[in-house]
Design a protein around this ligand. Structure first.
Ligand SMILES: Nc1ncnc2c1ncn2[C@@H]1O[C@H](COP(=O)(O)OP(=O)(O)O)[C@@H](O)[C@H]1O
Ligand SMILES: [Mg+2]
Length: 216
């Protein structure tokens, strides 16, 4: 089963992916946690370019091309081989992030994104996508707190204006109605433990039959 975690900056994706992995592992499941862009050494090199602030003014179609280049490497080297051996793969961001950030956020047309997507990875989609619902104000407050605590500095998109972050938010909410068979909303405003419990309920209720034809 391939489960993706989606949502804006500071929504709690990276926190919750680890919680779910720990829980599933404690039940004896074979789980791997990965992330995008990146996930393998070569794809992480592409990530370094994409997340660097000096590329913030690139044409967003360039981002889309690099994101799918990295995604294809990640799928071929890690995601598909892991799924074929029966592992549960948890991925922090995937194609939906490209749809929302480069599409809704930066104005690349959905047709262009879907055409590059189909050319690079075909019909492949996650079995289940958890869409974290939290206002951009709340999410960014968390993200800034994280930056202060870790000294990591803020991420490329954290400095973009609030209009941009609200376009991301609306794009994510639209995904829920566009792909209702695989997307589930997660109320991300509560405490870490109650969100983790809600996510575990969604995952255990989800039929494991959503295997993709494109995977075989
Ligand atoms: N439910 C929560 N309540 C309060 N703080 C949270 C919660 N979930 C995560 N955090 C904190 O908020 C920051 C951002 O969380 P993170 O998981 O890194 O978000 P994301 O990966 O979606 O950007 C981190 O410092 C994290 O510890
Ligand atoms: Mg994160």
């Amino acid at each position: 089963m391939f489960i993706t975690f989606e949502g804006g900056e500071g929504a709690g994706k990276s926190t919750q992916i680890q919680k779910l992995a720990d829980h599933l592992t404690s039940l004896g499941k074979d789980v791997i946690v990965t992330r995008e862009p990146g996930g393998t050494p070569d794809a992480e090199k592409i990530r370094d370019l994409l997340v660097s602030k000096h590329t913030a003014n690139w044409d967003p179609v360039t981002d889309v091309l690099l994101l799918f280049a990295a995604r294809k490497i990640h799928m071929q080297e890690l995601i598909l081989p892991s799924l074929r051996t029966g592992k549960i793969v948890l991925c922090d961001r995937f194609t939906d992030s490209t749809r929302v950030y480069q599409g809704d956020g930066l104005g690349v047309s959905p047709d262009v994104i879907e055409s590059i997507k189909t050319t690079s990875i075909g019909a492949f989609e996650p079995d289940l996508t958890l869409v974290f619902d939290i206002s951009p104000e709340q999410g960014l407050t968390r993200a800034h707190k994280r930056a202060d605590e870790t000294g990591e500095g803020d991420h490329k998109y954290e400095g973009f204006d609030m209009d941009f972050h609200w376009r991301l938010y609306n794009g994510y909410m639209e995904l829920l109605s566009k792909y209702p068979e695989r997307c589930r909303r997660v109320d991300a405003t509560g405490d870490v433990i109650s969100i983790a419990e809600a996510i575990f309920d969604i995952v255990t209720a989800y039929p494991e039959s959503g295997c993709q034809a494109a995977r075989s």
